[in-house]
Design a protein around this ligand. Structure first.
Ligand code: AMP
Length: 282
């Protein structure tokens, strides 16, 4: 596995691969790899000829400097894991290599998609995400890019950005990888205390209850949201931030589940904020 920092060298590597006829698969990450990341890397490996993974903790998408400082980092472990997953190129830039002109002045506005839910809880977050992902796509060039369904609103923003800006990227969603008790794998999980870790599956429990209700015929979003809120809000030491049922593409709340809808939830476990989501049966 090669490890490269500067974007122009990544672009040359990818151009070279494409010139040889290779299809490039790309997995953008912020490191601290877990089995969710590895699943994306292996999928990219299976479906492409050359696999690029970026590892960059993007300051632009963190509103809170303490959250940025506390974000887990383990470069050496990450290299070993990426290598083991069959990654060909690890793009691991410094902040100066990613933004050589300094803090970006021109950024990507995610519009209303960036204002709802995660965007409301974390103002500026999706502008930071869209800007860095556009920057990463420019570094890699034409590719298939793999994103986790776990961050479903991020996925919706990226899909819309690719469509609106005409980026030469095919966006591919991968299902959420979970611990055996249902907790969605996340780099933030390592910061949970044992008590918080024991409480954390309440997010998935609430979401699966909502899915069960839909299967049994409930179509009212308010009833589904109430079920999620009961499960999460009723768990000790957990502060529910939001629970909602939204349109998969626009993230606008729906009142009645008809088309492709998604249940979403966010909660605080002390200093750790976790999100989860589940597509609802149609
Ligand atoms: P991150 O490093 O947290 O920015 O995540 C990098 C990519 O991995 C994003 O596309 C995430 O949605 C995806 N991802 C994170 N956790 C999971 C998970 N548990 N299952 C599937 N994909 C995930």
């Amino acid at each position: 596995m090669e490890v490269i920092g500067p974007a122009p060298e990544v672009r040359a590597w990818c151009d070279d691969a494409r010139a040889r006829g290779a299809r490039v698969g790309f997995v953008p990450t912020m490191g601290a790899f877990h089995d969710g990341h590895v699943a994306l890397m292996r999928r990219a490996r299976d479906e492409n000829d050359a696999v690029v993974v970026s590892l960059f903790v993007n300051p632009l998408q963190f509103g809170d400097p303490a959250d940025l400082a506390a974000y887990p980092r383990d470069a050496e472990r990450d290299r070993t894991i990426a290598d083991g997953a069959g990654v060909d190129l690890l793009w691991s830039p410094t902040v100066a290599q990613m933004y050589p002109a300094g803090d970006p002045v021109v950024t990507v506005d995610p519009g209303v998609l960036g204002e709802r839910f995660e965007g409301a809880s974390r103002p500026g977050h999706f502008r930071g995400v869209a800007t860095v992902v556009a920057r990463l796509f420019n570094g890699v060039g034409a590719c298939r890019a793999y994103f986790g369904e776990k961050d479903a609103q991020q996925l919706a923003v990226v899909r819309r950005m690719v469509a609106d800006l005409g980026q030469p990227v095919e966006v591919i969603a991968h299902p959420t990888v979970r611990e055996t008790d249902g907790l969605a794998m996340s780099s933030r999980n390592v910061r949970l205390t044992p008590e918080q870790r024991a409480a954390a599956p309440c997010l998935f429990l609430g979401l699966t209850e909502a899915a069960t209700l839909v299967r049994a015929g409930t179509r009212s979003a308010a009833e589904l949201v109430a079920a999620i809120a009961r499960e999460v809000g009723g768990t000790e030491g957990v502060d529910l931030e939001y629970a909602a049922v939204v349109d998969e593409r626009t993230f606008a709340p729906v009142e009645v589940v008809e088309g492709p809808a998604r249940a979403i939830v966010a909660a605080r476990f002390g200093a750790v904020r976790l999100i989860d989501t589940l597509g609802l049966p149609g």
